[in-house]
Design a protein around this ligand. Structure first.
Ligand SMILES: NC(=O)c1ccc[n+]([C@@H]2O[C@H](COP(=O)([O-])OP(=O)(O)OC[C@H]3O[C@@H](n4cnc5c(N)ncnc54)[C@H](OP(=O)(O)O)[C@@H]3O)[C@@H](O)[C@H]2O)c1
Length: 163
């Protein structure tokens, strides 16, 4: 199963504040849009609620939620990891699957070692926030810099035991 993580975090792991992003970097979002266009995106319900809906027209969302009242008119809803993995196995096309966060869902997939690689934007400024990605998961992963500028560095992380 090939699931690619794609998220942005500060050096301390901050990824969110007040249910949104702490920064506003349009070029970084363009990079996200370019890589994910035409593919599926796994996410948590809170991330779904704050993602601009135009993104879902060309990227099918697979949303984690256990709320019966939750509705995802753009794609599928899954109640747990097992249901998500069963769903993914039914896909016959060559589309990619991205895990885009937030922290709860990222940790779920990282703990289960279900992420084959991770595209992480390292935000240089130490923005404060209230939601953290546990960067300890990436200790020992190999790291390749994809691009860098004054505001952020985008790296490709791969678990060490990947052939
Ligand atoms: N910087 C980045 O790259 C990035 C990326 C994504 C999000 N964010 C930010 O991160 C924050 C949101 O992250 P978050 O960690 O609070 O929330 P989240 O992971 O987006 O969503 C959490 C929700 O997912 C559902 N969920 C979690 N675990 C589940 C499980 N095992 N089975 C079924 N459903 C499960 C629950 O929904 P129900 O309550 O409906 O059951 C839970 O409330 C926001 O600030 C957002 O802007 C940042």
């Amino acid at each position: 199963m090939n699931i690619v993580g794609i998220m942005a975090a500060t050096a301390t792991g901050v990824i969110g504040k007040d249910n949104g992003l702490p920064w506003n970097y349009p070029e970084e979002l363009d990079h996200f849009r370019m890589l994910t266009k035409g593919h599926r995106m796994i996410m948590g319900q809170r991330t779904f609620e704050t993602t601009p809906t135009d993104l879902f027209l060309e990227r099918t969302p697979i949303v984690f939620s256990q709320e019966d009242s939750f509705k995802n008119p753009y794609g599928c809803t899954v109640r747990d990891l097992e249901e998500c993995l069963t769903l993914i196995q039914t896909f016959q096309d060559s589309g990619k699957i991205f895990m885009i966060g937030g922290a709860e869902i990222a940790h779920l997939f990282l703990e289960a070692a279900l992420i084959s690689s991770f595209i992480l934007t390292k935000i240089h400024h130490p923005y404060p926030g209230d939601t953290y990605l546990n960067l300890k998961f990436f200790e020992g992963w190999s790291e390749e810099i994809l691009t860098s500028n004054l505001l952020y560095t985008i790296i490709h992380l791969t678990p060490k035991d990947t052939p």
